[in-house]
Write a protein that binds this ligand. Structure first.
Ligand code: GLN
Length: 249
């Protein structure tokens, strides 16, 4: 029997840094805890995909050399993906994936990788790598809690064009470029962010927003959005915040 909801996991073999796979596990678990039949569909370079059967997309970060390996394949999927994004297909894209959702990513050794152009952003090599914990306040979305915690490690710096809406504003860390205070981008139900860590286990409010979008897109009733006991998730979230305030003391 076919699962009620399928998560398309793009390039799990190439694009998976700093625990990114934990995001997929979080989505899977939270859906299963709510009694939904869910399946993860790994999508590697060259794989045939029936996008009509996918209700949520995830792609993690990757080293420059791995981004080079998948960039052409990802661009070849743009036609299929972009029209669905406009119809509400949700996606979470972390770091290297976020960069490739933009117009272009220029790698550290100046290789130009054209992106799929869904976000009005451009990424170029920064003067030094941005590495460390991040705390930010979400502005581009209305979440039950505005704070997101995570970890960034990127050489590229991302600059937003006039059509890009930032996901959040950093209070600790660099975010998109370390200059304008912005972090990530959101357009329709597509979220791009520099936050690894994994992101979703420590930010269940963002996980649930993605899940509610996916349920709506798959035309599954909201009844599956029952509250979960997130005591441990928010302890992890709080531990990150406490670590930051100790550092700043
Ligand atoms: N290779 C990209 C960069 O260094 C993305 C890194 C990542 O996904 N963490 O900016």
């Amino acid at each position: 029997m076919e699962s009620a909801l399928r998560i398309g996991h793009l390039y799990p073999g190439q694009m998976n840094l700093y625990g990114d796979r934990g995001n997929v596990l979080t989505l899977l678990r939270r859906l299963k805890w709510r009694g939904l039949d869910v399946e993860v569909v790994p999508i590697e370079v060259g794989a045939e995909v029936d996008w009509d059967r996918i209700s949520l997309v995830f792609m993690g970060g990757g080293e420059d050399s791995h981004q080079v390996l998948i960039a052409d394949d990802f661009r070849a999927r743009a036609d299929q993906l972009l029209k669905r994004f406009e119809n509400g297909l949700p996606m979470l894209a972390i770091c290297g994936a976020y960069q490739l959702l933009g117009k272009e990513y220029v790698t550290t050794n100046q290789t130009i990788l054209p992106g799929v152009g869904y976000f009005d952003v451009r990424t170029e090599p920064g003067a030094e790598r941005k590495i460390g914990d991040v705390v930010c306040q979400v502005e581009g979305l209305d979440l039950s809690l505005a704070t997101l915690v995570g970890f960034e490690n990127h050489g590229g710096v991302t600059y937003l064009g006039p059509d890009a809406t930032p996901l959040a504003r950093v209070s600790t860390g660099s975010g998109n470029n370390g200059v304008d205070g912005s972090e990530g981008v959101v357009r329709n139900h597509v979220v791009g962010t520099y936050l690894h860590g994994s992101l979703l286990p420590k930010n269940p409010h963002l996980a649930d927003r993605l899940i509610s979008w996916a349920l709506r897109y798959a035309e599954i009733q909201d009844a599956f959005m029952a509250d979960l006991n997130d005591e441990w998730e928010y302890r992890a979230h709080q531990a990150m915040l406490s670590r930051q305030s100790e550092r700043h003391r």
